[in-house]
Design a protein around this ligand. Sequence first.
Ligand code: NAP
Length: 269
Amino acid sequence: MSDADDFRLDGKAALITGGARGIGAECARVLAAAGADVMLTDLPGPTGPATAESIAGGRAAYRDLDVTREQDWIAAIDATISTFGRLDILVNNAGIEIMGEIADVSQDEFRRIMAINVEGVYLGCKQAVRAMRPRGRSAGGGSIINISSVAGMVGVPWLSAYSASKGAVRTLTKGVAVECGRLGYGIRCNSVHPGVVATEMAESFFRKNQALAGAESLEQIATVFTQAHPIGRMGVPRDIANAVRFLASDAAAWITGAELAVDGGWTAT
Ligand code: NAP
């Protein structure tokens, strides 16, 4: 076996949340191409099953999973283990964004973003650890990858509530990593922090930024955010999915509790 095989995911099974489109869908495609079996999950709708059908490589299946519902988590992890025989990788990708001046963010909006972006990740970590630990149904350990954001590391105007949620994901990740390490569970847990990545969420982010900043055009906003990334371009979902693939693989066997900025250098400035 060559060293390069450490980057393959053959024989591993992954569960991905918010996988119908955007970064989650690309993670599913990249993990499957690397040999993993993939359980794609999302809120009910036609897009998730269609995305799962389009995936080539490892086997792919689809199941509804609202990340705020613990019963959905239990059922989705059961379905992954029944379908593929195991669970090795969890990608906590589902998330929402709420934009506005902190003075205008309602308590209901704040609670909603915390419910999806933080409670959803907590429930995923909890149920995945139960399954992956030595006395669990898929006792071989595993890799949990939590999608945070640059906004979980630095402040961004009009994103305070989102930043609070993504900062919580960052430190929740470290807690899970240290605990699972000390307990000898063989479970790693890392966070990935994307800059602006071209998805529907980013389109909506630009529209809201234009309104809040009173900018003349979307192009003006796009230019500002392109320049925020020293590397000179915004991200594409593949940039994030490749980092997720690495963290999921045995090539990252000694990496846990890490925060990986995949942001074209945004947070290095
Ligand atoms: P996206 O295009 O908006 O896709 C998010 C997916 O999550 C959608 O399919 C959405 O379903 C699903 N979702 C929403 N609420 C859910 C829930 N309660 N349970 C399960 N699924 C739910 O977003 P994206 O850009 O791919 O972002 C993916 C992740 O990366 C998010 O955590 C986001 O915060 C993070 N991120 C994105 C960027 C960026 O620039 N795009 C930057 C930094 C971090 P519906 O379509 O049904 O709502």
